[in-house]
Design a protein around this ligand. Structure first.
Ligand SMILES: *Cc1c(COP(=O)(O)O)cnc(C)c1O
Length: 368
C-alpha cells in the first residue's frame, strides 16, 4: 500500500540525535536555539519560539493576546480540532466564517460579514500547504483592529506575495510526525514582535524568567534538544523536499485533469504551495462518492485520507459548548463530505505516482 504520508530519517538525523545524546543536554538547550534561528530564517521573521507541539503554539499565541471572557476568535471551520481547542483553552469564544472551494481556506467576503464588536482575533488556517488569501484578510484585520494568529501547521515555507506563512501575524507551526517537517512532536511560534516573543519565552517556561522568579502564570511548553535534533537536518534539505512534493503534485494534476467528476487542487495566484496534502473534490454528479473512491483506491494499493470529515464545530461536544457560536458554513460542510487526499509526499517514486494516477482513473471509470 502506498501510504498517505511517509517518513524516513537519514544518517544525518541519526548523527544529530546521537550527538545530542552524547552531549548530555537532552532537554531544551543549544539545539533548540539553533532550530529557532534557522526556522525564523525560513519564515522570514525576527523571532521563533519553539514549543512542545502545534496545539501549544496556538494556545501560547492566543494567551499572549490577553483575551477576555466574551472575546471572539474568528476562524475556519475546515481545520483540525486543535485550532478550536486552543481557542477554548485560551478562554475565548470561537466563531466561524466559511471557506472557498478554490483554496479550502477562509473566504474573505464571508469573513468580513462575520466580524462582530466582540471579534478580537482573526485566525486563518493555511490548509494543505497553501496560505489563505492574505491580501484580502490582512486589510480586513487592520480595519477592525484585530490581531492575526495564523495556523500554519501545514504550511512550513509556503508564501503569499513572497512573504512566508507565519510572518503576517503570530505564526503557529506543528512538527507532528505527519507534517512536512517533523520533530515527532513539536511546535513553533513566529513573530516580528519582540515583546510577544519575550512573553512567549517566559510563558513556555512556567512564567519564569530567572529561576524561581515568576512573572505570569505559565506552562511547560518547552521543546527538547532531542526533538530539535530530529528536525534540524530536515530543515537543511527542506527546499528539495518541497520541490519533490511540487513535482508530484504537477504529475498528479497532469494525469488526472480530464477525469470527469473530479476537481483538482490548484495553486492560487501569488502563492507558493508546499503541498502538505493533494486533495481531490468529488463533484455532486461524480459517478461514485468519496467513500467509494477511497475504498477502490485501497483495493488498488493506494492509501488516502479524509481531512476533515466534518466542519470542526459539528460534534456534540462543541455544538453544546457555551463558547462555540454556531452559524452555517455550507461550503465547508459540502467540502467535508466530498474531499479525499491522495499521496503527494516527497518519498513517492515516479512509478508510484503513475500507480496513483492509474488507480484514481480506474476507480472513477475514466479511460486508461
Ligand atoms: C497538526 C495541526 C495542528 C496541531 O498540531 P499538533 O502538533 O498535533 O498539536 C493544528 N492545526 C492544524 C491545521 C494541524 O494540521
Amino acid at each position: 500500500m502506498i501510504p498517505i504520508s511517509s517518513i524516513a530519517f537519514g544518517e544525518d538525523v541519526e548523527q544529530e540525535v546521537l550527538d545530542t545524546l552524547r552531549s548530555g543536554v537532552v532537554a531544551q538547550g543549544p539545539k533548540v536555539d539553533r532550530f529557532e534561528d534557522e526556522f525564523a530564517a525560513l519564515v522570514g521573521v525576527r523571532n521563533a519560539v519553539a514549543v512542545n507541539n502545534g496545539t501549544a503554539a496556538l494556545s501560547g499565541a492566543l494567551q499572549v493576546l490577553d483575551l477576555q471572557p466574551g472575546d471572539e476568535v474568528l476562524t475556519s471551520p475546515f481545520t483540525f480540532v486543535a485550532t478550536l481547542n486552543s481557542i477554548l483553552d485560551a478562554g475565548a469564544t470561537a466563531r466561524f466564517a466559511d471557506i472557498t472551494e478554490a483554496d479550502f481556506n477562509l473566504d474573505p467576503a464571508v469573513t468580513a460579514e462575520r466580524i462582530t464588536d466582540r471579534t478580537k482575533v482573526l485566525l486563518p488556517v493555511h490548509l494543505y500547504g497553501q496560505t489563505a488569501d492574505m491580501a484580502s484578510l490582512m486589510p480586513l484585520a487592520d480595519r477592525h483592529g484585530l490581531s492575526v494568529v495564523e495556523d500554519a501547521s501545514q504550511a512550513h515555507g509556503a508564501t503569499f506575495d513572497g512573504r512566508g506563512a507565519g510572518s503576517f501575524g503570530i505564526g503557529c507551526f506543528s512538527f507532528y510526525a505527519t507534517k512536512n517537517l517533523t520533530s515527532a512532536e513539536g511546535g513553533m511560534i513566529t513573530t516580528d514582535d519582540d515583546t510577544f516573543a519575550d512573553r512567549l519565552r517566559v510563558l513556555r517556561n512556567q512564567g519564569m524568567r530567572e529561576r524561581y522568579s515568576y512573572e505570569m502564570a505559565g506552562h511547560n511548553y518547552r521543546m527538547t534538544d532531542l526533538q530539535a535534533s530530529l528536525a534540524l537536518p530536515q530543515l537543511a534539505s527542506y527546499p528539495e523536499q518541497v520541490t519533490a512534493r511540487c513535482c508530484n503534485a504537477e504529475a498528479l494534476q497532469a494525469g488526472l485533469k480530464d477525469v470527469a467528476g473530479l476537481r483538482l487542487p490548484s495553486v492560487m495566484p501569488s502563492r507558493e504551495h508546499v503541498w502538505h496534502q493533494f486533495t481531490l473534490l468529488l463533484d455532486d454528479d461524480a459517478p461514485i462518492d468519496r467513500d467509494t473512491l477511497a475504498a477502490r483506491l485501497a483495493e488498488r494499493g493506494v492509501g488516502s485520507g479524509i481531512y476533515y470529515p466534518k466542519a470542526v464545530y459539528d460534534y456534540e461536544c462543541f455544538r453544546e459548548h457555551p463558547r462555540v457560536v454556531l452559524e452555517d458554513t455550507p461550503v465547508a460542510t459540502s467540502v467535508a463530505a466530498r474531499c479525499l487526499s491522495i499521496p503527494v509526499h516527497a518519498r513517492l517514486s515516479e512509478s508510484e505516482v503513475d500507480q496513483i494516477i492509474a488507480a484514481v482513473r480506474d476507480a472513477m471509470g475514466a479511460r486508461a
